[in-house]
Design a protein around this ligand. Structure first.
Ligand code: ATP
Length: 207
């Protein structure tokens, strides 16, 4: 099933609020409750749920456990995804050290760097030489990589990642990466995001 990115991101948001409702002891929810908590219209919530084959009924609403089970499978959270980090600089290291991914079924299994000073195969999350990257990806069948190398190195590493079998890249380099169509690239441009925020906060002040 091919689903739009926005829809998947809404699904993640629904999942977060459903987990909260479950923690509070709720068994069932209505689409308008989920909508209110996520800032999405109830019609959109119902549309999204039905797109994923999740049925509810008008009287009783949706069973939270059923919703969570389905979302778990759709979002691939029923299995642990091994992810690698390329470029263990400030951003790469911060991501490797961040503990919050584990509960979401994401495990950063290794880092790779060109700088010998960064290499540490004995660390809890080992950091290997970039020369070992291709073999590691193939052996461990890694599909997702986080790219946190400088801009000048990003495109070349991207080619190498794709060549080794990577199909999803979270890119922190401020560059539009070229890759074959089957490869999904999400770019996080922190500078653009901040500039955007500064611009809009200025506008809000003027109002
Ligand atoms: P630092 O404080 O370590 O310099 P940084 O985030 O400011 O961090 P960057 O110059 O952005 O440093 O580089 C990020 C990381 O990417 C560094 O650890 C660097 O060694 C690594 N790196 C640079 N080029 C490559 C490459 N071609 N392959 C793999 N890693 C690379």
């Amino acid at each position: 099933m091919v689903v739009c990115k926005k829809c998947v991101s809404r699904l993640s948001r629904y999942r977060k609020v459903l987990l909260r409702f479950k923690d509070l002891g709720f068994v069932k929810v209505f689409s308008d409750t989920v909508g209110d908590a996520t800032g999405v219209s109830s019609a959109q919530v119902r549309k999204d749920f039905s797109l994923f084959g999740i049925a509810g009924n008008k009287r009783g609403g949706y069973n939270i456990d059923t919703l969570l089970d389905k979302m778990q499978i759709i979002l691939g959270k029923d299995q642990v995804h091994g992810v690698i980090v390329i470029g263990v600089g400030n951003i790469g290291r911060a991501l490797i050290q961040y503990k919050g991914f584990e509960k979401e079924g994401i495990a950063i299994v290794a880092g790779f760097d060109i700088n010998p000073a960064k290499i540490n195969p004995k660390a809890q999350v080992p950091v290997f030489s970039i020369k070992n990257m291709k073999a590691f990806i193939k052996n461990k069948q890694i599909e997702i990589a986080i790219l946190s190398v400088p801009e000048r190195a990003a495109q070349e590493i991207c080619h190498k990642l794709v060549d080794a079998g990577i199909v999803g890249i979270l890119n922190f380099a401020p560059i539009r990466l070229q890759a074959p169509e089957h490869v999904e690239i999400n770019t996080v441009n922190l500078q653009v995001e901040l500039e955007n925020l500064i611009y809009f906060t200025k506008i809000m002040k003027k109002k």
